[in-house]
Ligand binder design. Structure first.
Ligand SMILES: Nc1ncnc2c1ncn2[C@@H]1O[C@H](COP(=O)(O)OP(=O)(O)OP(=O)(O)O)[C@@H](O)[C@H]1O
Ligand SMILES: [Mg+2]
Length: 259
């Protein structure tokens, strides 16, 4: 029987909400706990690829999905990270994937029987074929949001996209939660945004949030996770607390039906 690693998509069609930062550092946190982790960069900006220190990948995720490169040719295995990288070329592949009748199944099939505990997919800031393919392979999706007042605008589109994926391809997809980024949930303002978001019954917000921390910005520029770059920083503490909550919640809700 085939089995896929637990697959997590980090998604938000809004740009700059912290998807790449979350993908890199949740992956590193899980790895620190002893799990085998694979990162997949599905964004043509290639920010996750750069953030792992990889400058010029020979092949990219689009070639893998279109059968133009093998898994072995595409996978990069460094001392701290395993990565399926992205490149600018992914943009044109997204158009080609749109034309494939079974594009939603391509990534899902690639992940079968791979030797990892967790796969983390960094999605582009759009809801096109690449995000659809990612969600089709996903057990849990996480939506990082900036904590500004209107953070919830656009959320419906993501939830509708996930609902479509759930109906058509992947009945097992579940929202792990919304992750408030650059934000302090302990402030009065934080509490009011939290309450507004939580009023939506199809939404779950993580109790942990990621506060603004310059180290989180710097670590990606230096090609390191926050745990290597600044292990005693606020960002490292917040990310580890978030990882603990993620593990606790997903372990508890593994089999029950949640949205
Ligand atoms: N908690 C934080 N504290 C400080 N800087 C942060 C934090 N989270 C993210 N950043 C910075 O904000 C910018 C956007 O973050 P990031 O690249 O993770 O967002 P994204 O959602 O992946 O963006 P895109 O939609 O363009 O892919 C980056 O410069 C990142 O370093
Ligand atoms: Mg990004």
């Amino acid at each position: 029987m085939s089995k896929r690693p637990i697959t997590i998509s980090i998604t938000n069609n809004k740009g700059g909400t912290g998807k790449t930062t979350t993908a890199l550092n949740l992956g590193a946190a899980l790895q620190k706990k002893g799990f085998r982790v694979l990162l997949i960069d599905l964004d043509a900006q290639g920010n996750l690829t750069l953030a792992t220190g990889c400058r010029q990948p020979r092949h990219h995720a689009g070639e893998l999905l279109m059968d133009e490169a093998s898994w072995e040719e595409t996978l990069i295995t460094g001392p701290t990270v395993h990565l399926i990288p992205a490149s600018r070329m992914l943009l044109s592949y997204e158009h080609r994937l749109n034309a494939e009748p079974d594009s939603g199944y391509l990534l899902r099939e690639q992940l079968e029987n791979r030797p990892y505990d967790y796969v983390i997919i960094d999605c582009p800031p759009s809801l096109g074929a690449l995000t659809f393919g990612a969600l089709s392979a996903t057990d849990w999706f996480i939506v990082p949001m900036q904590g500004e007042n209107f953070a919830y605008i656009g959320l419906d589109e993501i939830l509708q996209c996930a609902a479509k994926v759930r109906r058509r391809i992947n009945p097992g997809i579940k929202l792990a939660g919304i992750l408030m980024n650059k934000f302090d949930l302990r402030t009065k303002f934080g509490q009011s945004v939290y309450q507004k978001l939580s009023a939506n019954p199809s939404v779950r917000v993580f109790n942990s949030s990621i506060r603004q921390d310059i180290s989180l910005m710097e670590c990606t520029a230096f090609g390191q996770s926050i745990f290597d770059y600044a292990p005693n920083s606020r960002g490292a503490r917040d990310l580890m607390n978030f990882c603990d909550e993620f593990l606790q919640y997903t372990n508890q809700h593994e089999t029950s039906q949640v949205i």
